[in-house]
Design a protein around this ligand. Structure first.
Ligand SMILES: *Cc1c(COP(=O)(O)O)cnc(C)c1O
Length: 491
């Protein structure tokens, strides 16, 4: 493809994406494809000859679009949002076009220095401790995901706990312990497995009535483990759990970690970016105790996957764990210690120029634009929670400080509540107008409504609420009719 051909087809692709965004509201949010549908629409053999680009574009509409769940749809309320935006896509396009590998400073100084700068900007905007800045003892780096960040944090913590050993972990692997709660994201246990500690190293600390980690329980478990010869390596505290956005109390957990020399990692994958807004920053009070911190710009901050913002307070622990310098990567700048080589801050060697899309997003929206997006999602969610709290048909899980609302529909006593709730969920998702997901709290099925797509307006939230109410009434009546029929049949 020559540059001229690229220009022509590139314009076609940009038009295609713009058209997709313009009509996204007309698609059913959740894909209606059955297993195997997408593959059945593809030829069995790979193309032997090149094909006209127009044929590929046509197949996007024919094969791909019907197999999509439309995450950018204004009626998407599932999981957590996975925002993208024009400036993010364009930044990614430039990154793809440049095709540089930013593994070392010398392989493209702009890739490293723009990333350092953007990460310092975000540390400032989120009110993170001065130690997280590149000018302090630590620094920020863009990771592929918070799952990856959780693993990297654990490796740094193991390195520190081992007294700086690299060849062999100074902590006996079967003596290392890692503290989570039952609400911690599953990627932390996966990290423990990947690190070779085995799931037995995981200690599940009790939570309080708000599903937040109980500091007293953490202190007791750690003390017991230490007495039995274990080494507490890391505590993973979550700001905004995936299930319900519960917030672990950083200010209370920090001193306990410090007492036992354990690394405090803060997983704020979804909620961290809310600290852009001063009135929500209090949720992260105590963040100055953190040894590392992760939040995803690719969930709620208008930036396409992958863009995890990860900081450490002491970069030496991180690079001590991950730096290896083979001869073929040696260069004068690295040898002089004059630069940062981000390959030493992550698992893979190669790295995309992800700072570009963050830079584009920041410059297009400005901090004020990003704050407006966060505030609008939170306001819509709070409004929805208010409607549900005032309605006898629903219970609302408290607290709900951000843009996720967890609802439990109330059902007549003779109905299996979880079956009814999940039936309601399916009914809503089958409507094609909205998409919600669920969780369990205290063993009971709960509906999650996560607001955060940039295209979601009050009208869409009102529609979701109307569908919830209608669906509830219809199902309650249906269950009542069936119960009456069964009672009559028994007579
Ligand atoms: C979503 C989420 C993750 C995983 O994020 P990825 O960036 O997709 O790996 C980790 N922790 C929490 C609390 C999350 O909500």
């Amino acid at each position: 493809m020559t540059p001229e051909q690229f220009r022509q087809h590139g314009h076609e692709v940009v038009d295609w994406i713009a058209d997709y965004w313009s009509r996204i509201g007309t698609f059913p949010v959740r894909s209606t494809a059955a297993p195997g549908d997408v593959r059945a629409a593809l030829p069995p053999a790979p193309p032997e000859q090149g094909e006209p680009f127009g044929d590929v574009l046509a197949d996007l509409d024919r094969v791909v679009v019907p197999g999509l769940t439309h995450w950018q749809h204004p009626g998407f309320f599932g999981y957590f949002p996975a925002n993208t935006s024009g400036p993010s896509v364009l930044g990614d396009l430039v990154s793809a076009g440049l095709g540089v590998q930013g593994m070392s400073w010398v392989t493209s100084p702009a890739a490293t220095e723009l990333e350092q700068h953007v990460m310092d900007w975000f540390a400032e905007l989120l009110g993170l401790p001065a130690s997280f800045r590149s000018t302090g003892s630590g620094g920020g780096v863009v990771q592929d995901s918070s799952s990856g960040a959780n693993l990297v944090a654990l490796l740094a913590a193991l390195h520190r706990a081992s007294g700086g050993g690299t060849v062999r972990c100074g902590v006996e692997p079967d003596r290392a312990t890692v503290y989570v709660s039952a609400e911690t994201h599953s990627s932390m246990e996966k990290a423990v497995r990947v690190a070779g500690l085995g799931s037995d190293a995981v200690r599940i600390v009790e939570v309080d009535g708000d599903l937040a980690m109980d500091p007293g329980a953490l202190a007791a478990r750690m003390a017991r483990d230490v007495a039995r010869g274990y080494t507490p390596v890391l505590v993973c505290a979550t700001v905004g759990t995936t299930s319900t956005t519960a917030v672990d109390p950083l200010a209370a957990l920090g001193p306990i970690c410090r007492e036992h020399g354990a690394w405090l990692h803060v997983d704020a994958a979804y909620a961290g970016v809310s600290a852009l807004v001063p009135e929500l920053r209090e949720l992260q009070a105590g963040v100055e105790w953190a040894d590392s911190y992760t939040t995803d710009a690719h969930k709620w901050l208008l930036t396409g996957f992958d863009a995890t913002l990860f900081w450490v307070a002491d970069r030496a622990a991180l690079t001590g764990a991950l730096a290896i310098l083979p001869e073929y990567l040696r260069n004068a700048a690295t040898d002089a210690g004059a630069v940062v080589d981000f390959r030493d801050w992550q698992i893979p060697l190669g790295r995309r120029f992800r700072a570009l899309k963050l830079w584009f997003v920041l410059r297009w929206y400005g901090a004020e634009g990003l704050r407006a997006h966060i505030r609008s999602s939170v306001a819509l969610a709070q409004e929805l929670a208010g409607w549900a709290e005032a309605d006898q048909r629903f219970d609302v899980l408290q607290p709900h400080p951000l843009s996720l609302v967890c609802l439990t529909p109330r059902w007549p006593a003779e109905v299996d509540a979880d079956v009814a709730t999940m039936t309601l969920l399916e009914r809503l998702n089958d409507s094609g107008e909205v998409f919600l997901t669920h969780t369990t709290v205290g063993g009971r099925a709960v509906l999650r409504i996560a607001v955060g797509s940039p295209t979601t307006t009050r009208t869409h939230v009102e529609r979701a609420w109307a569908l919830l109410c209608e669906g509830h009434d219809w199902l309650a009546a249906d269950f009542a009719t069936r119960a009456a029929e069964q009672a009559a049949a028994r007579r």
